[in-house]
Write a protein that binds this ligand. Structure first.
Ligand code: SAH
Length: 347
């Protein structure tokens, strides 16, 4: 709800049709409205093929707006574009558009802030402020594409927030962005990243979406993982691996482990071997990420030589492993940094 009105861009075509039917409108009107909404309409007044009376009715009942570009940074190195979007209530979230060989990928936020408290992550510093609505996530994709002129083909839910902590809104967003009449982005082109809210894995698996589940593992043992990721406390790596295996069996979709390499914390030979065991058990892909610098944190990235050795150890064990190419290093592209600096008046 915005100003006591329902967000019209959060409605699926069938929901919109039902709402318009209740207003006495024929079903082709819903198609017309959905088409305007999917093309990034910012007001009802611009919907020129609707009768004025209907536009007024919609205006009275529904909320429609676009997020405002508070800040935009373009990397001189690789064309990565980063947005700080101003939302209708004065909050702000970040979205990053990256140009990969396999297509343009948008990294979106799913919450304003985050309550997970990971030691290496800038997004969590001020805690959780509020959930994002389905339309707000959709608008991150839609308006990033519109403003940058870069056609989006892939989405990763790896910006600010924990997607499984905003489950219903995230699922609704996925259905909206996947709509053939809308942005039509295939589920196989979407990755959902989680710190491991295992209570939601079954519910997600049951939906049988064809998306990729990425699990932010970052440590293969409880001592280290609980230290850097509070979400591990009370759950544990072993239970997480059991849930990953269940998810893999239920969906047939391989899981990806995200692993940010932190100097002297999670990069030992023993940890590589334990990580390999976990990955092999469920044929998971391991994505090693050079740690991004966060001002407030004393954690440092693993030196390149050690990262290479860690990767080799995994390969020797037969694990499918990649090192994430770092994009946008000159523009604070890792999540949470821009919002934090803007809040502190430094952006
Ligand atoms: N809450 C979700 C998604 C958002 S974070 C999750 O935990 O997966 C997206 C990814 O970026 C996660 O793998 C997260 O652990 C990682 N990340 C956060 N801060 C980072 C940093 N400073 N360097 C490298 N990766 C980081």
């Amino acid at each position: 709800m915005f100003d006591g009105k329902a967000a019209i861009r959060s409605l699926l075509p069938e929901e919109l049709e039902a709402e318009l039917k209740a207003l006495g409108e024929p079903s082709y009107r819903a198609k017309q409205v959905f088409s305007w909404l999917s093309r990034g309409a910012e007001s009802f007044d611009g919907m020129s093929n609707l009768p004025k009376q209907l536009r007024e009715k919609l205006k009275d009942r529904y909320y429609l707006a676009a997020p405002e570009v508070l800040r935009k940074q373009v990397s001189a190195h690789d064309g990565t574009v980063k947005y700080l979007w101003g939302l209708s209530d004065g909050n702000a979230v970040e979205t990053v558009v990256m140009q990969y060989h396999h297509g343009n990928t948008v990294c979106i936020s799913t919450q304003v802030g985050c309550r997970q408290g990971c030691a290496f992550c800038a997004s969590t510093i001020g805690g959780l402020v509020r959930q994002l609505e389905p339309c707000e996530m959709l608008e991150e994709v839609m308006f990033s594409e519109k403003d940058s002129g870069l056609k989006i083909s892939n989405i990763v839910l790896m910006g600010i927030g924990e997607p499984l902590d905003n489950f219903d809104n995230v699922i609704k967003f996925l259905r909206l962005v996947n709509c053939p009449e809308g942005m039509d982005i295939g589920m196989r082109h979407i990755s959902l990243s989680t710190c491991g809210i295992t209570e939601r894995f079954d519910k997600l698996a049951a939906l049988n979406l064809q998306l990729t589940l990425s699990v932010s593992l970052h440590a293969p043992d409880d001592e280290t993982r609980s230290r850097i990721m509070p979400a591990n406390r009370g759950r544990g790596v072993s239970a997480l691996m059991d849930e990953c295996e269940r998810y893999y069996r239920q969906t047939g979709r391989r899981i990806s482990f995200e692993y940010a390499m932190i100097d002297g914390v999670n990069d030992s030979d023993a940890q590589a071997k334990l990580l390999a065991q976990h990955a092999k058990r469920i044929s998971a892909h391991v994505n090693l990420i050079p740690l991004n610098h966060v001002d407030e944190s004393r954690l440092r990235p693993t030196p390149p030589e050690r990262l290479r050795r860690f990767k080799e150890l995994l390969e020797r064990e037969g694990v499918n492993v990649t090192v994430r190419r770092s994009l946008g290093g000159d523009i604070d592209a890792s999540c949470g940094q821009l919002r934090k600096k803007a809040a502190a008046g430094r952006a």
